[in-house]
Write a protein that binds this ligand. Sequence first.
Ligand SMILES: O=C(O)C(=O)[C@@H](O)CO
Ligand code: MG
Length: 265
Amino acid sequence: MPRFAANLTLMFTERPFLDRFAAAAAAGFTAVEFLFPYDHPPEAIAERLARYGLTQALFNLPPGDWASGERGLAALPDRFPELQAGVETGLTYAEATGVARLHLMAGMAAADDPEARRAYRRAVAWTAERVGREGLDLVLEPINARNMPGYFLNDFGAAARLITELALPNLKLQFDLYHCQILHGDVTTRLRDLMPMIGHVQTASVPARNEPGTGEMNDAFLFAELDRLGYAGFVGCEYNPAAGTEAGLGWFEPYRAAQIGEVGR
Ligand SMILES: O=C(O)C(=O)[C@@H](O)CO
Ligand SMILES: [Mg+2]
């Protein structure tokens, strides 16, 4: 049975960020993820994880100036030194939280721009090597153009090709079921084909990005398929609750009891 990680950027937002850990644990989650921890001291996050017995499943490396529309620096040739500094910041939080994988966002650039492609390849290889020295995986996530118009990495095939070409043992795919359905469809076949390189999975309904089980995909089938494929990682719940986080947790009920005692980080 999948081990679900509550995404604290989108879920439990009825409370301040640092209070969401307690709420996730009370709801039965044993793992959490979020987009970015950088507004809070690493110790404060580590303390919440320890206090509520939660595993940190994932977070993103610094993305540049998010407020001004930046969505990562990896494909931006002139920003490599800033990316490198951001990776060190991310590693400080990784050490404090014990997270085992980090997501590197690509940034806003044309997917067919040769300079952006060269920059992205270099940044991905450098970052994977750097976080690998700390025993961590690096994951890359294709994101659909409806949610993030102009985002560089918008194709699962392109991500898979790069991961295959670089052949770095700790470089993996972040397979967001929601983005895959919007970008390509045929989600089950892609899960089967790409499973050997998948390092993290995320879920949300399509098209509204709400609770699993409320959209066009058979999410329960996909969760069972992850089991059939032997996926032992986390499934991040990266959805916007339609009408309150707790009120929308009916989908989680069949999985809740089995979250306790599941191993892995
Ligand atoms: O938008 C998504 O999907 C994510 O997973 C964010 O963390 C941006 O990478
Ligand atoms: Mg995602």
